[in-house]
Design a protein around this ligand. Sequence first.
Ligand SMILES: [Mg+2]
Length: 238
Amino acid sequence: MTEISASMLQDKDPMKLDTSEISAWVFDLDNTIYPAHQSLFPRVASRMIDWIEQNFKLEREQAEALKTRLFLEYGTTMNGLSSEYSVEPEDFLSYVHDIDLSDLSYDKELDAGMSALPGKKYIYTNGTVLHASRILEAYGIGHHFEFIFDIFASNHLPKPALQPYQDFLAQSEINPKQAVMIEDMARNLEPAAKLGMQTVWLMAEHSWAKKGATEPYVHYIARDLKHFLSDAQHVLTR
Ligand SMILES: [Mg+2]
């Protein structure tokens, strides 16, 4: 499995990023805008299991096993449900994203970090616009983003399928050579790098998120988004 060495972290230090040429920043949402330890995605995952349990009349453990299999085989649980069971995305996604966010509040550090980044900012998520905007608004950072490119905009082709990355670039009209993509799932950076973007992987614990982390398409590695934003500020002000 993937092991990140100390020398790799040094080679891929975000402080080496040349920000002078960058005019666009593309952020994943889940486990990127907020860190994995905030445990928002497990809330979504738990509602996915609820939905499968209720709609397929399964025991909890069976529902969980099915969800895990579909996620690993199809990239998203939704993609697996629609491929194998013809589930309609709208119903499923609005149910699973209806999570409690009452413990989130305005994040001054995140807001300031985003303000300090010059250029346009976007969210590119395998989730939905509704889910992303609720989280961005809870942190008070929604105003930084030009638009949210979601699973509907992706025609239900989750990252790392190449086509939606091309669609995203066409819609945003950004020059990939002047753009940076920031993600916790390393393999989602492969198409971004292939299209000419610079890539930043936010270190993650899960094996599915680490997969690909040692590949050359990961250009920079940061501990989490706030560390990355702080590094970027140092680069910008030196
Ligand atoms: Mg993510």
